[in-house]
Design a protein around this ligand. Sequence first.
Ligand SMILES: NC(=O)c1ccc[n+]([C@@H]2O[C@H](COP(=O)([O-])OP(=O)(O)OC[C@H]3O[C@@H](n4cnc5c(N)ncnc54)[C@H](OP(=O)(O)O)[C@@H]3O)[C@@H](O)[C@H]2O)c1
Length: 346
Amino acid sequence: MAGERTNRAWRLRRRPEGAATVGDLELVEEEIAELAEGQALVKTKLLSLDPTNRIWMSDIRGYMPPVPLDAVMRGLGIGEVVESRRDDMPVGATASGFLGWQEYCLADDSLLEAPLTVLPGPLPGPESAFLGALGHTGVTAYIGIDLAEVAEGDTVVISAACGAVGSIAGQVAKQRGARVVGIAGGPEKCEHAVSVLGYDACVDHRSGDWRAQLDAATPDGIDVDFENVGGPIMDHILGRLNIGARVALCGMIAEYNTYNEGGEHSGGLSNIGQLIMQRATIKGFLVLDFGDRFPEAIEYLGGLLGEGKLHYDETIVDGGIDVAVDTLAELFDGRNMGKLLVRVSD
Ligand SMILES: NC(=O)c1ccc[n+]([C@@H]2O[C@H](COP(=O)([O-])OP(=O)(O)OC[C@H]3O[C@@H](n4cnc5c(N)ncnc54)[C@H](OP(=O)(O)O)[C@@H]3O)[C@@H](O)[C@H]2O)c1
């Protein structure tokens, strides 16, 4: 197995200022030691790139500890067990979880931040879906729509409407009988949101008059904000909330590149007081707190998929582990449609 006993891994060398670039992380080659009893070797097939990767690089008060300097970058992925000295991870099994930004993950409970999950085979769909529509991002969408108690007749606004979470959230909200307005970057995404994902309208936040477009698309105000972006977009939405509105605060990607050491960020929301005026509620949530609801969410989303009522998009970037850092940038400039993945190996 010469050659295959070498791992290539991205190690975090310094905390990025602004967007993460090569140099903040270094791609290193490392020998893979012989497996000890209780270890398995998982070969990464697909790496999930998530906005939260950028949060994990910053030394801020987050929901998980920052990735320590010089450690392998944390990341979710899916792979195949290629060697094993563990009964619960046989060779050939598919494993998912925190594989890290690397070609091989040594699955050893003492080394991993969380145990990998061995997926039951054969899978009822493509592996990639288990990092997207039927994985953590799909479940995030399902949970957020549920927490916001989206009901028939509500006007729901969803930012990053064509992204991994937003695209599923929009469709789940439609299933609950809501009128759903997306916000996305560029005419192509807006067209896709309406014609393929089934949004009732979509506002292009890159156009100069996006605020007027959003006002026109929500003539009766906004009952639910599924917030993925933060910043000026969230601020404008807050100014249009109806009495009793709910904000499911899922993410604030517009700020992540400014989470430098010390936790500085881009600034305030001038319409935050509307939460009082409109007796509205805002709830931050993390999908990792809803592990017990993953089966329910996946069953629901898988059911919709089977009935042809759910569409999901993926942007899968080839080029191996080498392209991980450059590909992360796609999330911040909106080059991805749907779930962003890197194909690390076949
Ligand atoms: N709470 C949780 O448990 C949880 C779990 C997963 C994800 N999240 C959050 O959910 C959000 C979406 O994540 P995702 O994985 O589905 O990513 P994604 O939506 O697939 O990709 C990010 C998208 O955000 C948009 N965007 C980036 N910067 C922006 C800016 N400054 N202003 C407006 N739009 C911007 C871009 O779309 P456009 O081209 O449309 O601009 C980009 O495609 C993120 O905030 C993420 O942190 C939260």
